[in-house]
Design a binder for this molecule. Structure first.
Ligand code: GCU
Length: 681
């Protein structure tokens, strides 16, 4: 059945007859000289891919026997690649990049996948397959591709009992019970999928960490996963619970400046590297949402991060220390706390520490302005943390294509070093000349047959990997690639469905949190609307704290007259956001408390605009339903029906959000809902 298990790696036979003929001709045989595990899987993938795409078996040989040859390898293990004299071009390919080119030698035609490393060969193989999957011309190839960011990492918020924090696609993939002895084929397919989009790291465990994963019984299991992933270039990382020295080490303290604690982590790291020689390092959530951390001992984030960094440094490990920190210390505005805690520590972190910052200053809201820490810590490599799982975006049943949201953050201009200092440039190291760079995505993957619950959730996993490799790709290009590979190359399907995807995020923002509203979702589970949430023991866990609706107006004043969070941005940005006339309308209520009768860009009053936005969100979902209904028959019925059913759920949820929010906010605005709009139920 077409259940989506194969993701974007379906390798169905190419439909376009002339393309099929050209591809069959170009790949008369495959030659891969060298036999590392990574080259083996590259060969397997090319064989499997070509057999499917070409509808015929392609022989693998050791020496040329045919006229048209597909050759893949590195100059160090492949004599054939060496003879092609690519060393000048290969210089530009670096450690993980590759060349794809066509050339002739001794009268034979070669389609070449060349790299300096085996993993580069594997990445190049996936790229070539993608060209065939999307029916591109491969007659005159001449391209070099290298990743712009070094560590491209999934964060699994997976617990050892296999529940997944904020996971909506079944349980954790890691079957701790059957590990280490049973290696599920799913682990391999997971690694293949990641390698196909250049993801090179995976944090197996929840940021709300359990120290048990650091004990030998679990480390054996972790090692088995690492062994399964290794051929695919996928490194394993773990979350480190800061209090582990107490919980599993029997120490009285976890103080990072205590020599015994330092020695414990050093020994623990050595032990981990004994199991997993290429262990990537630790991801740490400390002093946030009740998690233990260095502040429990009067120390700061740098003290904590550096202790762990020292423990893994000799093995080449890194520490990804999260900046998602808040508590009730910033009573006037939670949005300010991370910047206030971290900015003064710039320059104090070890060389192998990255500080991992969520895209916005609150918490993965449907839309947030970029986090003010970006650009603000020149001496510290900042790592981006995006959420792929849709905690605040309708969870498992909502079609939300997230590339436009990721790109919006990446392309935001911090003005840290004048115009053009985009967030992307801070992340990829070009702004402050960092070579240690990283990007993380909180995974949306679970045990559901289709991996991500929603068929279109796969697109966000795909997008994260593609943007991590090259953040200059456009949302359009990525959507198109994904649709072609996942569904069909039929343009009558691609065009409407692509535009449906591209508009989907804005549609959701409209029916959930238009005009800069945020954090008005259901209590604790975060599902559905809850703008009325108040009287929880902490103000910053309520909704009223964020929308501040009253008889006069609505919105959070983050200018000088309010929390002044806006001052954390560089002056040109701060100035723009602080001014009611120049703040981008999408952030209006994020930064300002605005009168109900204030005239917005459309000429409507704020209240009326809010009504229109919520309504247009619902209309947007209905348009998505119409678009999808029209493509019935162009894709398999199983996935068609699955998406159709989920869109019907989404329509219900959109109405729920619209009606709940408008009726609630109306109790403050005391103004009517415009006549021409559908009445809340
Ligand atoms: C959100 C989420 C939590 C998660 C936290 C984090 O607050 O709701 O479940 O633990 O983010 O990123 O640490």
């Amino acid at each position: 059945a077409e259940d989506g298990y194969r993701l974007w790696q379906r390798y169905e036979q190419v439909q376009d007859a002339s393309k099929l003929q050209a591809y069959r001709k170009a790949a008369g045989e495959i030659i891969i000289q060298g036999n590392s595990p990574t080259l083996k899987v590259a060969q397997q993938e090319l064989e499997m891919g070509l057999n499917g795409l070409l509808g015929q078996a392609v022989p693998t040989t050791q020496q040329p026997t045919q006229q048209n040859i597909l050759v893949a390898g590195t100059p160090s293990t492949s004599a054939l690649i060496k003879e092609l004299n690519l060393s000048d071009k290969l210089k530009a390919a670096g450690d993980e990049g590759y060349l794809l080119l066509t050339t002739t030698k001794n009268g034979r035609n070669y389609t070449v996948i060349a790299a300096n490393t085996d993993i580069g060969v594997l990445y190049g193989s996936f790229h070539l397959l993608r060209l065939l999957q999307t029916e591109q011309d491969i007659a005159k190839l001449s391209l070099t591709s290298t990743p712009k960011i070094k560590h491209r990492v999934l964060n699994h918020w997976d617990n050892l009992d296999r529940t997944v924090e904020r996971g909506y696609s079944g349980f954790s993939l890691w079957n701790w019970h059957l590990l280490p002895d049973y290696i599920d084929q799913r682990y391999i397919d997971y690694a293949r999928a990641n390698a196909s989009i250049g993801i090179n790291g995976t944090v197996l465990t929840n940021v709300n960490a359990n120290a048990l994963v650091l004990t030998p019984d679990y480390l054996k299991k972790v090692a088995a996963l690492a062994d399964a992933f290794r051929p695919y270039g996928l490194k394993v990382y773990l979350t480190a619970r800061f209090s582990a020295p107490i919980e599993i080490g029997g120490l009285k303290t976890a103080d990072p400046l205590d020599p015994q604690v330092q020695a414990w982590w050093k020994q623990k790291s050595d032990e981990i590297y004994g199991y997993v020689p290429d262990f990537g390092g630790f991801l740490v959530k400390a002093n946030s949402e009740g998690q233990p951390g260095p502040q429990n001992y009067g120390r700061n984030h740098a003290d904590g991060a550096n202790m762990l960094a020292d423990a893994v440094a000799a093995h080449g490990g890194i520490v990804m220390w999260r900046a998602f920190v808040y508590d009730d210390k910033e009573p006037d505005d939670r949005a300010k706390q991370a910047y206030n805690e971290f900015k003064p520590l710039d320059g104090q972190f070890r060389d192998n520490v990255l500080v991992q910052v969520k895209n916005g200053p609150i918490d993965f809201q449907p839309r947030e302005p970029f986090h003010p820490m970006f650009g603000a810590m020149p001496k510290t490599p900042l790592m981006m943390e995006f959420q792929i799982t849709q905690e605040y975006l309708g969870q498992g049943t909502t079609l939300a294509y997230l590339s436009p949201m990721y790109k919006e953050t990446l392309e935001s201009d911090t003005y840290a070093k004048g115009k053009g200092s985009t967030v992307a440039k801070d992340i990829d190291g070009t702004l402050y000349k960092h070579t240690l760079t990283g990007i993380a995505g909180v995974a949306n993957i679970g045990t559901d047959r289709n991996w991500t619950g929603h068929q279109f959730g796969q697109a966000n996993w795909y997008t994260f990997g593609r943007l991590a490799w090259d953040h200059t790709l456009s949302s359009e290009e990525i959507a198109e690639e994904w649709l072609r590979m996942t569904f069909t190359n039929n343009s009558q399907f691609i065009a409407p469905v692509k535009s449906m995807m591209l508009g989907s995020h804005e549609t959701i923002v409209n029916y959930m949190t238009p005009l800069g509203l945020h954090h008005i979702m259901g209590w604790s589970h975060h599902y559905g609307p809850g703008p009325w949430i108040k009287d929880k023991h902490r103000a910053d866990w309520t909704s009223v704290y964020y929308h501040r609706a009253d008889e006069k107006g609505i919105g959070f004043d983050r200018t000088k007259t309010g929390s002044n969070a806006v001052s954390q941005y560089f002056p040109p940005v701060a100035k723009q956001f602080a001014n009611l006339k120049t703040v981008p309308e999408k952030y209006l209520l994020w930064f300002h408390h605005v009168d109900w009768d204030y005239k917005v860009n459309s000429g409507r009053t704020l209240w009326n605009e809010l009504c229109y936005r919520y309504s247009s969100g619902v209309d947007g979902v209905r348009q998505m339903q119409q678009t999808w209904d029209k493509v019935q028959g162009q894709v398999d019925e199983e996935r068609f029906q699955h998406v159709k059913t989920f869109l019907a759920i989404q329509e219900k949820e959109a109405k729920w959000w619209r009606d709940a929010c408008l009726l609630y906010f109306q109790t403050f605005s005391k103004r009517p809902i415009p006549q021409d709009l559908e009445k809340p139920a």
